[in-house]
Design a protein around this ligand. Structure first.
Ligand SMILES: Cc1cc2nc3c(=O)[nH]c(=O)nc-3n(C[C@H](O)[C@H](O)[C@H](O)COP(=O)(O)O)c2cc1C
Length: 153
């Protein structure tokens, strides 16, 4: 955090080294026009490895800033598709919907960074595959949704 909050021109070589992974990941984000994320639900949230990546790319002066004390998004003109898989189904008949933090977290975080052109496609109930559900039959409607989304994008 010390390196992040030190102005770029004043950073030591050690601070630059500390930020090199973050810089690399931010350059990847900048180069791409469109993002695709495959996100399994882990313990009602996003997997820890995705959270670690988010911690590297959520960077003041790069993907957000503060202007007059108000947050300003710096990811401009990109779109993203999130394909989410959950073992349970989070509707009112099954698991508690408020326990599904994946979509709300990703929507809030990326919205804060400026990514508002987002599509969420969720495949719920994948645990049925562990109990004998036919894989092709299970996946068919979800693959169709992905293809439909790709055609209409
Ligand atoms: C560590 C771990 C935690 C999980 N936690 C949840 C959970 O809280 N709720 C849920 O519905 N499914 C949970 N699952 C099941 C996954 O969301 C499910 O298997 C999903 O299909 C993962 O995508 P994948 O099969 O592509 O890995 C968990 C799986 C793992 C490995």
């Amino acid at each position: 955090m010390g390196a992040v909050y030190t102005p770029e021109e004043a950073r030591t070589s050690g601070q630059k080294e500390l930020l090199s992974l973050s810089d690399f990941l931010l350059a990847e984000l900048e180069q791409a026009d469109e993002y695709f994320f495959g996100v399994p639900m882990h313990n009602v949230g996003v997997p820890s490895v995705l959270k670690l990546w988010i911690d590297q790319i959520t960077r003041v002066g790069k993907t957000f800033s503060y202007v007059d004390g108000r947050p300003k998004s710096l990811i401009i003109g990109k779109r993203a598709t999130f394909i989410i898989a959950t073992g349970g189904i989070y509707d009112s008949q099954t698991q508690i919907p408020s326990f599904n933090f994946v979509e709300s977290y990703l929507r809030s975080l990326f919205g804060f960074l400026g990514l508002t052109d987002v599509t969420f496609l969720t495949t719920g109930g994948t645990m049925a595959l562990n109990h004998g559900q036919d894989r092709e039959a299970f996946l068919a409607p979800h693959l169709e949704a992905v293809q439909f989304n790709a055609q209409t994008a």
